[in-house]
Design a protein around this ligand. Structure first.
Ligand code: FAD
Length: 317
């Protein structure tokens, strides 16, 4: 089932989850154990992130530098296939513009369709330390909106090359939104302008970047509605888990941590996990009370804190 269908048919708020493929060389058991841990909470869908290739540099014995290009976390499509077909949970495959040609994207959609996966989150991806060379016969999507347009065409059965007897591919499309604005946008209005274009191009719903203060989500939804964006906006949250995240989360995700939460952690860093769970529970309570369609948890493959939060809301599930 598509995410939008889950949302339309839901009798209460939905809790969904986002996982990351294991690092290259690790076993898929890393993922199946996470999914097994989530099964008790009836996840309506699970997102699986996608990662483009990057460069790593190693010094050889002779002092020269070796440059290697590889994907640190391959396997998005395969993992979606396992979760969807072995665990019978709908999956949302993230597809990126960066690092993938339109032709590769089309192939990925065909593969997902064969695997019975009917949900895609269309994402641009972040800047890479490696720019894949694209041959003249190949084409690329620069922004997420370009990818949404490609996906909408495929939903109409329009492939990149005219294919005889081609049929449309039925899938739902989500896009990303940023309650604290995307870091490259000059202001929120600019960001919402492009969000609206993504929706007009065919996106069915929006999942937000993580935020730690619900006021960002609430004012974002209000501004999006005022801008004429009517699709569901699913709030994404992450549970603070380690002291280092006080710096790494704002640096990587361009979001603020509330003063009160930071002060509490500074006062008792040894209680960071409890503080993170407590804060997330109060965020979820506030979001549900404000009528959010559900909550999307960025679990980053550590479910212990997520389970402590979700258990508190088990009557909703
Ligand atoms: P876009 O919608 O393309 O927007 C990027 C910036 O350009 C914005 O500032 C926007 O306002 C502006 N813009 C948009 N369209 C245009 C245009 N046509 N002309 C000029 N400006 C424009 N990253 C990964 O690598 N893998 C993942 O799996 C992944 N999953 C994510 C899931 C969610 C829910 C979120 C919120 C983010 C995810 N990311 C992921 C991170 C994402 O790749 C980055 O945030 C990226 O910088 C922007 O992606 P986007 O799809 O929002 O880009």
């Amino acid at each position: 089932m598509k995410v939008i269908e889950h949302l339309e048919m839901a009798k209460g708020p939905l809790f969904s989850y986002e996982i990351v493929p294991p690092p290259r060389g690790r076993s898929v058991d890393d993922i199946t154990s996470i999914v097994k841990g989530l099964m008790d909470f009836n996840p309506p869908w699970i997102d699986v992130t996608s990662h483009s290739a990057g460069a790593t540099y190693n010094e050889r014995a002779d002092g020269s530098i070796e440059r290697k290009i590889s994907k640190k976390r391959p396997g998005t499509l395969g993992i979606c296939g396992i979760i969807q077909n072995r665990f019978k949970i709908d999956t949302v495959a993230h597809l990126l513009c960066n690092g993938f040609t339109k032709e590769e994207t089309e192939d990925a959609i065909i593969e997902l369709n064969y695997l019975g996966i009917h949900n895609i989150l269309a994402i641009r991806g972040d800047g890479l330390n490696y720019n894949k060379k694209v041959s003249a016969e190949r084409t690329i999507n620069n922004y997420a909106i370009d990818l949404v347009q490609q996906l909408s065409a495929l939903r109409q059965g329009e492939f990149l090359d005219e294919s005889p007897n081609s049929s449309s591919i039925d899938f739902g499309v989500g896009v990303a939104g940023y309650p604290e604005k995307h870091f490259e946008s000059p202001n929120l209005g600019y960001d919402l302008h492009w969000l609206k274009q993504k929706v007009n191009a065919g996106a069915d719903y929006v999942t937000t970047q993580m935020f730690f203060d619900n006021k960002h989500y609430l004012s974002y939804v209000e501004a999006a509605r005022a801008a004429g964006i009517t699709v569901p906006i699913i709030p994404g949250i992450k549970i603070l888990k380690s002291y280092g995240q006080l710096q790494s989360i704002p640096r990587h995700f361009h979001v603020d941590l509330p003063d009160q939460l930071v002060s509490q952690v500074l006062e008792s860093p040894e209680h960071i996990e409890e503080l993170g769970v407590k804060h997330a529970i109060s965020q979820v309570e506030g979001l549900l009370a404000s009528g959010a369609p559900g909550v999307h948890f960025y679990i980053m493959n550590d479910i212990s804190s997520v389970i402590k939060v979700v258990e508190r809301f088990s009557t909703h599930l």
